[in-house]
Design a protein around this ligand. Sequence first.
Ligand SMILES: NC(=O)c1ccc[n+]([C@@H]2O[C@H](COP(=O)([O-])OP(=O)(O)OC[C@H]3O[C@@H](n4cnc5c(N)ncnc54)[C@H](OP(=O)(O)O)[C@@H]3O)[C@@H](O)[C@H]2O)c1
Length: 251
Amino acid sequence: MLDRFGLDGRVAIVTGASSGLGASVARALAAAGARVAVVARRKDRLARLAEEIDGFPVACDLVDLDGLGAAVESVAGELGHSEILVNAAGSMFTEERAEAEPLEAMRRTMELNLLAPFRLAQGVFPHMLKAGRGSIVNISSISGRVGIPGIPQASYAASKAALSGLTAELAVQWARHSIRVNTVAPGFFRSEITAPLYDNERSREYLRRNTPLPVQGSAEDVVGAVLWLAGDAGSYVTGQTIVVDGGWTAR
Ligand SMILES: NC(=O)c1ccc[n+]([C@@H]2O[C@H](COP(=O)([O-])OP(=O)(O)OC[C@H]3O[C@@H](n4cnc5c(N)ncnc54)[C@H](OP(=O)(O)O)[C@@H]3O)[C@@H](O)[C@H]2O)c1
């Protein structure tokens, strides 16, 4: 059974790989045997990670949607046809409450969190066709499922919920090609974007109180679900949003 978690020789693209969950996913896929293209803007971090995991760095700004096709093709030229795409890059652009949130924040959030994953999925599609199989894993958030009291995030929540809808639709359209599409929706874990929450005693206590499991989440707690969905261990799973949140949404 453990062999079904192996990814020997498969080519993977992981966005958001310069930090946090994306970097952890890139390391895990490489440890499972994949050749991994790591994508983000910070070149120095990508170069270090690529050296560590014998991967291929692709520095680009994901909101430059017209450039994403070329990024995917550069991976194909260097490593071969992509069989795995993990869309882990994502961010929030405002802390305003909804009534004051500028439309521009909604647009930027949608570009990074929804349009870039969609464009990359379109880009890898012909490569997955040629490979005869594929697995796309989008990273969403529990914010796409439930409101988070006290931490305003209307556009972020909308973008993450939209990823789940896109996931189900792509899964159904592409199942006939043996391309699976799933989403992992993490709860809170410590990373660059959430460091201010964990560094503040009041908000840390808020996160602790609302997470039934008595652990502070880390990127490593989320990686297992991505690894499962990326390879043959998840071969009968498609169109799903898998929540990994320490029980936050079970309350
Ligand atoms: N941390 C949490 O509690 C939590 C909870 C639920 C969901 N998530 C989701 O998990 C994913 C990973 O987040 P994280 O917590 O690991 O955050 P993180 O450490 O801040 O990572 C975000 C990554 O996205 C990349 N990125 C941001 N804007 C980009 C752009 N325009 N072009 C290319 N890359 C860009 C960043 O790289 P560069 O800056 O180098 O470009 C970075 O590698 C995100 O989708 C996030 O929404 C996080």
